[in-house]
Design a protein around this ligand. Structure first.
Ligand code: GTP
Ligand code: MG
Length: 557
């Protein structure tokens, strides 16, 4: 012990307090000198001192000075730790801000290869290791044997084969793997040098279009996957195929840019043929135009093989395909631009899903504004006051999230059963309104059995994460889209309220729902103001909200 004390004194010859743990030890030396300990039998009664009063005062003064120095140093030390932490957080924030975030939805006809491409992207970006791939390969082989022995006629598509292993990365549940069909929207994350991506792998099968709508409503850009395999492009693109339906829905749901990947270029019926690629491009382009896409500005085509991973992370090898000089998929991902989002707008986060986990956790995409840990917010339309306990972005806990982020938020102050998907997390100061009716401009696409569209028509309304039964209660006016040259919008409109309209019509109407829904005017807030109407599994109309009841009212009267 004495050695240590000596050492402690020696290491600070100047007496400067550069190591306070050792300074403590020096103080012990002063207060309990070894001699005092040795002559303990001569010690005065407890509480009395052997020192002269002057020495005693001096000692007290030195001790108190040392203590205050010590205190000062500790405060300084803590200050400096806090400053370091603040700097670190700022650096991390800067890092975060440097990388933009994009939500990409994969859409297209069933079996086009969406999940395979999603899986390949994760593999190429190092999210999945070789061993997992080998495991999936074995599993896919086993399943292909099973499915050969047990062909399910209701599937009405190819038998699950050994080459499905790449899709297993995205298709994680057993039903999806056995059937070889995506059902739920798969979610995954990956990064390139400039961008963090959330992948949303939508199902292509027509039975699951509502799930596709939910996936597309969270996306900024879309990857339209088209199979180049003989016969597959044709089936997917014909009337009733999901290529057309998905494109229309994506456009309506606010997917502003499309990357069209012509997939399966390695297939034996394609063999990287330029003619096949050109044929597909020439047929898709007019359709994209008629769906409202500006092909020159907002659409890019490229050939790939999702299964082989060709033209994805690196450019095509000339030995595989000698005519393609364009970029690979990752290059397009890095260079694609999306319109700026408003981080200072009022908070709007439609809730897509919820579950219990140390409180209630809600999932969704922030459409505008920001959200911070500790924020007091409102869940609409049920006006529940909640507090943000934690925010998770991908798998990471974060202090805040801005527009465009797909996040999970842990809330207090509300029960899980009081939240439904389609509810909106909003700021208290500027909450989203809740209504039972609204006026909309609708474009009728295709009515079932050429039905007519009149007041009383019922359908299912899909608007952001809301899915609600609705009824058209009034047709207000039909807009004549053929009078395009007419500059005065009023002249395009007929004077009388129409009694009915047919396929292809554009009509302004009033729509009612039974439950309160949180929506916005399209011109104020596009993401919460565009919708689709579906009935019996088919999309019959797309539309935008043009008028809401006066503030504070749920209906117009
Ligand atoms: P759904 O989710 O059900 O709409 O299908 P999907 O678009 O996700 O298709 P998926 O990735 O499940 O692939 C369907 C089949 O196409 C599987 O057998 C894949 O192995 C095969 N496939 C996908 N991409 C390619 C490719 O680039 N080349 C070849 N030859 N086959 C491919
Ligand atoms: Mg899939």
């Amino acid at each position: 012990m004495e050695d240590e004390r000596t050492l402690a004194t020696v290491t600070h010859p100047s007496g400067l307090p550069d190591d306070w743990s050792k300074e403590d030890e020096e103080m012990i030396v002063e207060e309990h000198p070894p001699e005092a300990a040795d002559n303990s039998h001569d010690s005065p009664p407890q509480g009395e001192s052997l020192l002269e009063p002057e020495q005693h005062n001096l000692k007290e003064e030195v001790t108190s000075q040392l203590k205050s120095l010590q205190l000062e140093a500790r405060v300084k030390e803590k200050e400096s730790i806090a400053n370091d932490l603040i700097e670190e957080i700022e650096e991390l924030d800067e890092e975060e801000d440097k990388k933009r975030h994009l939500n990409v939805v994969f859409i297209g006809h069933v079996d086009a290869g969406k999940s395979t491409i999603g899986g390949q992207i994760l593999f190429l970006s190092g999210q999945v290791d070789d061993r997992t791939i080998q495991k999936y390969e074995r599993e896919a082989k086993d399943k292909s044997r099973e499915s050969c022995n047990n062909i399910k006629p209701e599937l009405n598509h190819q038998i699950v084969g050994a080459d499905w292993y790449m899709a297993y990365i995205m298709d994680t549940n057993e039903e999806e793997r056995i059937k070889g069909i995506t059902v739920e929207v798969g979610r995954a994350h990956f990064e390139t040098e400039s961008t963090r991506f959330t992948i949303l792998d939508a199902p292509g099968h027509k039975s699951y279009v509502p799930n596709m709508i939910s996936g597309a409503s969270q996306a900024d850009i879309g990857v339209l996957v088209i199979s180049a395999r003989k016969g597959e492009f044709e089936t997917g693109f014909e009337k009733g195929g999901q290529t057309r339906e998905h494109v229309l829905l994506a456009k309506t749901l606010g997917v502003v840019k499309l990357i069209v990947v012509v997939n399966k270029m390695d297939d034996s019926t394609v063999k990287w043929s330029k003619e096949r690629f050109d044929e597909i491009e020439s047929k898709i382009v007019p359709f994209l135009r008629s769906s409202g896409y500006n092909v020159k500005k907002d659409v890019q085509f490229l050939p790939i093989s999702g299964l082989m991973g060709s033209n994805m992370k690196t450019r095509l090898d000339k030995s595989i395909c000698d005519w393609w000089d364009g970029p690979c998929l990752f290059e397009v991902f890095n260079s694609i631009e999306v319109p700026p989002r408003d981080p200072n707008g009022p908070l709007r986060m439609p809730i897509i899903d919820k579950y219990k986990d140390m409180g209630v956790v809600v999932m969704g995409k922030v459409e505008s504004g920001g959200i911070h840990e500790g924020d007091s917010l409102l869940v609409m339309p049920n006006k529940a006051n909640v507090k943000v306990l934690a925010i998770f972005c991908d798998e990471n806990k974060v202090k805040r999230a801005g527009p465009g982020e797909n996040i999970r938020v842990r809330l207090s102050g509300v029960e899980e059963e009081d939240i439904l998907s389609g509810f909106v997390l909003t700021s208290v100061a500027n909450p989203v309104g809740a209504v039972n009716e609204f006026k909309a401009q609708l474009q009728i696409l295709e009515l079932l059995d050429n039905a007519i569209f009149t007041a009383g028509y019922k359908a299912v309304l899909h608007i952001h994460a809301v899915v609600e039964e609705c009824e058209i209660v009034e047709l207000i006016e039909e807009i004549d889209t053929r009078k395009k040259k007419e500059t005065d919008a009023r002249k395009k409109r007929s004077k009388h309220k129409p009694l009915f309209v047919k396929n292809g019509a554009v009509v302004v109407c009033r729509i009612q729902v039974n439950n309160l829904i949180c929506i916005e005017k399209f011109s104020d807030f596009a993401q919460l103001g565009r919708f689709t109407l579906r009935t019996e599994g088919k999309t019959v109309a797309v539309g935008k909200v043009v008028e809401l009841p006066p503030a504070g009212n749920a209906t117009f009267v």
